[in-house]
Design a protein around this ligand. Structure first.
Ligand SMILES: *[C@@H]1O[C@H](CO)[C@@H](O)[C@H](O)[C@H]1NC(C)=O
Ligand SMILES: *[C@@H]1O[C@H](CO)[C@@H](O)[C@H](O)[C@H]1NC(C)=O
Ligand SMILES: *[C@@H]1O[C@H](CO)[C@@H](O)[C@H](O)[C@H]1NC(C)=O
Length: 415
């Protein structure tokens, strides 16, 4: 039984239903040599959007300078060494027209050195360059799209030395997604360059009433967005978490090395989340084996946010080589429990998330057996502070407190 004590109530919960052993589809995931663990890095969109106004906002407009400065901080301040390696530009890097030969070109004022030079800049610092295009005839912000040019664009990206492509879905339809996303995957493969392929396919397909075939999507894409854009607010982060917990269409089971469900960017270090909420996003993205592309200003990162992003114990849960996406296994009022199998085999990361927004920390009392974890004896550690909690047999009782809009994250290592 799990006992949850909060708001003067004691909730007794039914013993966990049946713990279904995860059946994974690792064999079917895209095998192009990259994204064997969830990709980590920086992405421009949530924080910098389509700010092209370099005259009035030179430090924050989408430009090579912005990406170079981000890369410098990532290399100098420990982000790269913690695993954040992709520096990814989103929409609004393109010139309004293709060049006279029909090839893509960056906007010359904001990217005067060109994309090859920008990729070299990243590679010289041990980083990688991510780029953005769209499956339709225009990107979401109205720049030239890849429709009718996919092979040429794949070749252009490879020639420049690009390491990741985010392929958006504006201006497409279900038919185009089903054909076009696999087509681009093949063109990228044919370039011979190992490029992480990030698809917006399932999100656009469901938005247009289609039923995404996740098994097929995982065969062609290294990461795939299931839901709309994330914003800098707790409601947005929690909405993403709830959707992953609900798992409509059973997308969780297709995740594995080479293919990851993508709940969108990490917004830690911006304006909208409290310290507890930042920890919650970090913990859940780790449990969900989500790509960790941070959209924030590394040049102005608050120390407490930086400590969360660089916590190597949390990162190791996200990057665990087993590559199993964790699941929400029970809900107890405002508290949900999630588990993710990690190495060594038989071990688990466990998180309790408190979606409540008021009052005081909720006390949760549980046993490993309640969570379906009963293979042996476990050494349990709280992960953010690395507090050793003790050794527990499956039926031993453990208690913890979970702050409102916060988490309690543990690693239970089999002894
Ligand atoms: C292309 O696909 C083959 C077969 O899946 C794979 O072995 C190879 O690594 C891929 N190459 C690139 C560059 O993606
Ligand atoms: C998802 O899994 C559940 C339980 O196994 C099953 O009943 C349902 O049909 C599945 N849905 C899809 C879309 O595969
Ligand atoms: C744990 O408790 C359950 C039910 O109370 C019992 O069936 C099981 O044998 C116990 N396991 C151990 C290892 O004591």
């Amino acid at each position: 039984m799990v006992k949850l004590l909060g708001h003067n109530m004691l909730v007794h919960l039914m013993t966990v239903a049946v713990w279904v052993t995860l059946s994974c589809h690792h064999g079917d995931a895209l095998d192009n040599g990259v994204a064997r663990t969830p990709p980590m890095g920086w992405m421009s969109w949530e924080r910098f959007e389509c700010n092209t106004n370099c005259d009035t906002d030179p430090d924050n407009c989408i430009s090579e300078k912005l990406l170079m400065q981000m890369a410098d901080v990532m290399a100098a301040e420990g982000y790269r060494d913690a695993g954040y390696e992709y520096v990814a530009i989103d929409d609004c890097w393109l010139a309004n027209e293709r060049d006279k030969d029909g090839h893509l070109q960056p906007e010359p004022k904001r990217f005067p050195s060109g994309m090859k030079a920008l990729a070299d800049y990243m590679h010289d610092r041990g980083l990688k360059l991510g780029i953005y295009e769209d499956i339709g005839s225009k990107t979401c912000a109205g720049f030239p799209g890849s429709r009718g040019h996919m092979r040429d664009d794949a070749n252009t990206f490879a020639r420049w030395g690009v390491d990741m492509l985010k392929f958006d879905g504006c201006g497409g339809d279900v038919g185009l997604y089903e054909e076009g996303y696999p087509e681009m995957s093949r063109y990228l493969n044919e370039t011979g360059r190992h490029i992480v392929y990030s698809c917006e396919w399932p999100m656009y397909e469901s938005a247009q009433g289609g039923k995404p075939n996740y098994v097929k999507i995982a065969k062609y894409c290294n990461m795939f967005r299931d839901l709309g854009d994330i914003y800098d607010s707790w409601g947005s982060v929690l909405g993403m978490i709830d959707y992953f917990g609900d798992d409509p269409g059973n997308f969780t089971r297709v995740a594995g090395p080479g293919a990851w469900n993508d709940p969108d960017q990490v917004v830690i270090g911006n304006f909208g989340l409290s310290h507890d909420q930042e920890r919650a996003q970090m913990a859940l993205w780790a449990i969900m084996a989500s790509p960790m592309l941070v959209s924030a200003d590394f040049r102005k990162m608050p120390a407490s946010s930086k400590a969360i992003l660089l916590n190597k114990y949390v990162i190791s849960i996200n990057q665990d080589p087993l590559g199993v996406q964790g699941r929400r296994i029970k809900e107890m009022g405002k508290i949900s429990a999630w588990t993710k199998p990690v190495l060594p085999t038989g071990s688990y990361a466990i998180v309790f998330l408190n979606a409540g927004t008021g009052g005081y920390p909720s006390k949760v009392t549980f046993t490993m057996a309640d969570l379906g974890i009963e293979r042996g004896k476990y050494s349990v550690m709280e992960v953010f502070e690395q507090t050793q909690i003790g050794s527990f047999a499956p039926n031993d009782s453990i208690s913890c407190f979970v702050n409102p809009t916060g988490v309690y994250l543990m690693r239970a290592t089999i002894l």
